[in-house]
Structures are given as C-alpha cells and as structure tokens.
Design a protein around this ligand. Structure first.
Ligand SMILES: [Zn+2]
Length: 454
C-alpha cells in the first residue's frame, strides 16, 4: 500500500500500517542516534553548561558554593544530582533579568510567562537559542507528518506567550507557509482555512474543539476541508478530546510539551507511533524523574516529577528545573525510528492535586471518567468549596445535543449514574451538575477546568 502523506488522513493511515518510512524525520542523524552517542553528547554538554552557569550567573555560583560543589565535580550524567534544583521562585525573585547570563545586546527576543499568579517570569533567547528552539519545533511538527508544502494557520495568540512565536519559527524553519491569524474570531478562522487552503492548524485542544463545533453549526464540511493536521499545545490534551477532534474534523492531531522557563514549546513532541507519549529532544535537554516529596530519583520507568536541565541555553542557563509535572520516561526504541526517550504525556501536576476530605484527587481522573460517558461532551468544570465545614466537589458537565431530553426523570438518572461512576474512581462523593449543550464556557486559550473556592 502506498501513502501520500500530504493527502488528508494518509499520515495516520501510514503510521497505523507501520509504514514509518514514508513519514519524514527532520534530523535523522540526531533523532535516531544511538543511546551511547546521545549520552556522550549530553555528558559533554552538561559539563560545559554547568561551568557556564557557574561563571555567568551569580545565583548559581552562590548556590553551588553554598553546597560545596564546583563545576569540576560534574563528570558524568549521574553527577547532575550534585547540583541545586531551580524552581519558579528563583526566576521570579530575580525579575526581570537577574538570571540572564548574557547582556541584552546579545538577546534577540524576550518572552514571559503570563504572570497571573504574581510577578511574570522573563526569559530571553540569543541567536543560538532561537536556532535550537526552531529546530526542536521543526522536529516535532514533522512527527505529525507536516511537510514544507503545508500552509500553517496560527490560532495561538502571539505576544509574550512562547507558544505562538515558538511554533511560528519552527514551522517556518521547516519551510511551511505561515498564516499568522492569531487568537480569536472563530468564524474568521474557518473562512481562512477554506479560502487560504490551510492544511495545518495550531491551537489549544479546547479551542480546536470550539472551532470544530462552530464549523459544524455553520454547516462547514470538515471532511472536504483542506485542513489535515492539528498541532496542539498550551494545555494538556486528554486522549478522549483528541480522538473526538480527529474524527469530527477529519484531521490528525498531535501535541507537544514545553514550558517557558526552559525554552517554551518543543521540549518533547508526540510521534504517530507512540501516541500517548512524546519524544524528548535529548540532545538539548537532560531529564530526570524524581519523587516530588524527596527530590530523589525514582526507579527507571516509574512515575514522578519531571526535572529538566537545558543543555544549550545561552541567555538563561537553567539547572535542574522542577516542572511539577508528573510523568514517566522510557528509553525503549520507538516504532517510528527515533531513539530519543519518550515521556508519558503529562496529565497531572504535583501541585494541581486536590485534597478532598483527605483523599487525593487529580482533575485528569475526572476527565477520564467523563470521556467514557457517551452522553456528555469533553467540556467540564470542577468546583471545590467548603459547605458546612466540609470539602464539597461539584463537576459540571455538558449533555450532548443527541442525548438531551426534556424528561426530568431521565436527566436525573443520567446525573446519578455519572455521580456513581465518579465516586467509584475517585473514592469521594461528587455532585454532578448537568448543563445543557453549549452551557460550559469556551475559551480561546487555555481551558480553566478547576475553580477552588476554599
Ligand atoms: Zn516515536
């Protein structure tokens, strides 16, 4: 069977048939390098990067002096454990440029985290940093079957957020035509997809779902649309939501992982062979998985908190950044041909765990239950509050138009059934509130799923 991967659906069909030879790899020499080569390269880069951080960033010099560690103590990859961790606080406390290792003359671009929780975190990129960044993105968009002939439409906002520009530069590096539509105006997005022959859409998964629904309401035929790939980011993408978007929009969707503090998007990306996992760009990032409480490494393949040390960053070298994201990593070879380690997609953060009457609850568990229930949509909202001195958990979910009924008894039975299912998984009582179709607010950017009123 032969595949033309620029034909709608063929990239996924080729992957499902195991024909990975037709799916291009951006940098095969690096992405398919041997484990021995990757680790030797990481070791050399780690030694160089630690010396660089020590010499140029007073924060790291002071921390390492305090711990009695010198750059010459770092000789192997395991020696990374001798180094101090870095967390958000260090980057906030040195606002705006305290962690920079170069003068602003050498910085080509500044980005910042949103700052919704206080002082923003400011990061900078030298020319070399921009090269690494666009390289990482070019790799991960090819994992989704994107090719230079594609027209890519941006539905992320540009601005200080790293997602918009990061994807923009990487897609351009690959050779794609960029359509910088930006966030918002859903109907315009749909018209542009049709008129400009857009083949790739970059969006948060929740906004892609919204574009899909608005298109359907307008009578737009997604099956005959030129759109064939969705590149998601900005928020975790639940597998159920992705599958639903793929089938309703007739596209192939992948998502990637990254965070502003270590670069932005592009740290890892999903290939079409291992769809619940993402390849980490190991030549640029050294990863560790640690116990979130003790900071000690967990056994290989075990779940823990991801810690990242960028190996090439010039403007802001960061050592052992605590992401608070929970995942596990495997070095097993992948069917796609790439050898870089794969991390499970991040579904939970060590700090988004809700404690409800003494029981640990992750929003991703609620999401998983809801996606197994045919009568509700992937949209939901979680409210935690104190009622009569006790924690109370309410899950708002939306009934699908096809399952909607005027019968109070039928709705009540549906509600109780969902409550039972949630209780059996979460081990705490949950109140479910059923909303009519479209009742849960749609967002252009990251969907906010949890409202903790305690
Ligand atoms: Zn792979």
């Amino acid at each position: 069977m032969s595949f033309s991967i620029t034909k709608k659906g063929d990239a996924l069909a080729a992957a499902q048939a195991g024909s990975f030879d037709v799916l291009p790899i951006f940098d095969p020499a690096m992405e398919c390098a041997s484990r021995a080569y990757i680790e030797a390269l990481q070791t050399e880069k780690l030694k160089r990067q630690v010396r660089y951080a020590y010499e140029r960033v007073p924060y790291y010099r002071a921390k390492m002096d305090e711990m009695g560690v010198s750059p010459t103590d770092i000789q192997t990859l395991d020696d990374v454990r001798k180094l101090p961790f870095t967390d958000k606080t260090a980057l906030r406390d040195t606002y705006p440029y305290g962690m920079f290792a170069v003068s602003l003359d050498e910085v080509r671009e500044i980005h910042a985290s949103s700052g919704t929780t206080g002082t923003p975190i400011v990061v900078g990129y030298t020319d070399a940093d921009m090269d690494v960044w666009s390289d990482c993105i070019a790799r991960l968009v090819q994992m989704a079957g994107v090719v230079p002939a594609d027209n890519a439409q941006m539905a992320f906002g540009y601005g200080m957020f790293t997602g918009g520009f990061g994807l923009h530069y990487g897609l351009q590096k690959l050779g794609c035509t960029m359509i910088p539509a930006g966030a918002g105006n859903t109907e315009r997005h749909i018209k542009m997809i049709q008129d400009y022959g857009t083949t790739v859409l970059i969006a948060t998964p929740s906004y892609a779902m919204h574009i899909c629904e608005v298109g359907e309401q307008l009578g737009y035929d997604w099956e005959s649309s030129p759109l064939r790939v969705g590149l998601f980011g900005g928020e975790p993408c639940p597998p159920g939501l992705k599958a639903e978007i793929e089938s309703r929009m007739h596209i192939v969707c992948t998502d990637n992982y990254g965070l502003t503090e270590v670069m932005g998007p592009g740290v890892s990306g999903e290939c079409l062979a291992a769809r619940d996992q993402q390849h980490i760009a190991e030549d640029h990032f050294l990863w560790e998985v640690v116990d979130p409480k003790t900071g000690e490494p967990v056994a290989e393949g075990e779940m823990g908190e991801l810690v990242l040390t960028p190996l090439d960053k010039q403007a802001i070298p960061v050592l052992r950044y605590r992401t608070h994201d929970l995942t596990r990593v495997t070095k097993e070879p992948c069917a796609c041909g790439r050898t870089h380690a794969r991390m499970d997609k991040v579904r939970s953060r060590s700090d988004d765990m809700l404690i409800i009457r003494g029981t640990n609850v992750f929003p991703s568990q609620i999401e998983d239950v809801l996606t197994q229930i045919d009568e509700v949509t992937p949209h939901y909202h979680i409210i935690v509050e104190t009622v009569d001195g006790m924690d109370a958990l309410t899950v708002q979910t939306e009934i699908r138009p096809s399952a909607f009924t005027d019968s109070f008894e039928a709705l009540d039975a549906m509600r109780r059934r969902i409550e039972e299912k949630l209780k059996s998984v979460l081990l705490v009582g949950v109140k479910v509130s059923l909303m009519e179709p479209g009742g849960i607010e749609r967002t252009m950017g990251k969907a906010k799923h949890v409202e903790d009123r305690r």
